[in-house]
Design a protein around this ligand. Structure first.
Ligand code: FO1
Length: 322
């Protein structure tokens, strides 16, 4: 039986890193007590289909469908449709697997009939047997745009087509000012017994969520402890360009820089054991810190990290109560 004294847990999430933490949390917290608020700034349209990479990575991971090596898409998927498209001369640098295509076909058709992204995501979660509440950050289109020396790039152009190589001069979340949090987002933060910021890129995964009007202030006002897990190990991300982005934006990639980005939100930070030299400086800023192995390369390691997150959350709560 799952023992959970924390009550409800709400996680702010990007893609792979968040999904790996969630696969640990679901072993310790009943799925009905877990809500995930997912970045949609990565969303884009390919071949006329609305693709939500972070929502899909979370759904595929929690339903056991995900490809463990790639981190995105469905394990064992084929790419016959992409090959056929390439034969027609279409651009296929963003690879949609044959089974994965069904997810985007369904979503696109449902959007066309007037359903919201939240409604469609809930239906897809149900169909995949995922009982964790998966909430898009907003139902309004928000697009992360990277300003690079060659011009403005959509997030997927920057990350996948250009392999995250261009220097990042600025990051914009287009459409965010007129966005509203999706139904259930503010409630999930307000009712939580613990708010977790997943080990996701602070600029392009967590940044867009916090930029949706009302979300950052809801996290700041939350009565629950707010715990982040650093996506850095020895100052480098497990996957993706977080360190290059930090440097490009004038920061040294480190747990300290991460804490500074979340300064107004955090009670505690879980960092990797390789970054333990940051414990002292972090603690002087008033944060509670745990330095533990954070690489979630196996389900057992995910559970271990999730246990540390719940543990440090409980210690913040105990300190507040005493
Ligand atoms: N990442 C890649 O590196 N190459 C791809 O071709 C690719 C396709 C893809 C298709 C569907 C999907 O849901 C995700 C996909 N991703 C791909 C991952 C995605 O680009 C990023 O990892 C996330 O946007 C960052 O969280």
């Amino acid at each position: 039986m799952k023992r959970n004294r924390t009550g409800k847990v709400t996680v702010l999430a990007g893609g792979v890193g968040a999904a790996r933490l969630l696969r640990g949390l679901v072993e310790l917290v009943p799925a009905s007590s877990l809500s995930v608020i997912v970045n949609t700034g990565d969303d884009d349209v390919f071949h006329g289909l609305h693709v939500c990479p972070d929502i899909d990575t979370i759904l595929y991971t929690l339903s056991g469908l995900s490809d463990p090596d790639r981190g995105w898409g469905i394990a064992g998927d084929g790419f016959h449709a992409m090959d056929q498209l390439a034969g027609y001369g279409a651009e296929t640098w963003f690879r949609l697997g044959d089974r994965d295509l069904a997810t985007h076909l369904f979503r696109t058709e449902e959007l066309r009939t007037g359903k919201t992204l939240s409604q469609i995501t809930a239906a897809q979660a149900r169909a995949l047997g995922v009982s964790v509440r998966v909430l898009p950050m907003t139902d309004v289109p928000v697009r992360t745009v990277i300003e690079a020396p060659q011009g403005r790039l959509s997030f997927q152009e920057y990350l996948v087509r250009e392999r995250g190589r261009p220097a990042v001069r600025a990051i914009h979340y287009e459409g965010v000012r007129s966005a509203r949090p999706a139904p259930g987002v503010l409630k999930a933060i307000g009712e939580a017994g613990l708010v977790v910021i997943a080990p996701s890129n602070p600029f392009v995964s967590i940044g867009p969520i916090l930029a949706v009007p009302g979300v950052r202030s809801a996290v700041r006002r939350a009565t629950a402890p707010v715990v982040a897990v650093s996506p850095l190990i020895g100052g480098r991300p497990v996957k993706g360009p977080a360190d290059r982005m930090m440097r490009g934006l004038g920061m040294k990639p480190s747990a300290l820089a991460l804490a500074e980005l979340y300064r107004d939100l955090l009670d505690a930070l879980v960092i990797d054991a390789a970054d333990r030299s940051a414990i002292g400086p972090l603690e002087t800023t008033g944060l509670r810190v745990a330095a533990v192995p954070t690489l979630m390369s196996t389900p057992a390691r995910s559970i271990a990290v999730a246990r540390h997150v719940l543990g440090i959350g409980a210690s913040v709560r105990a300190a507040l109560a005493s």
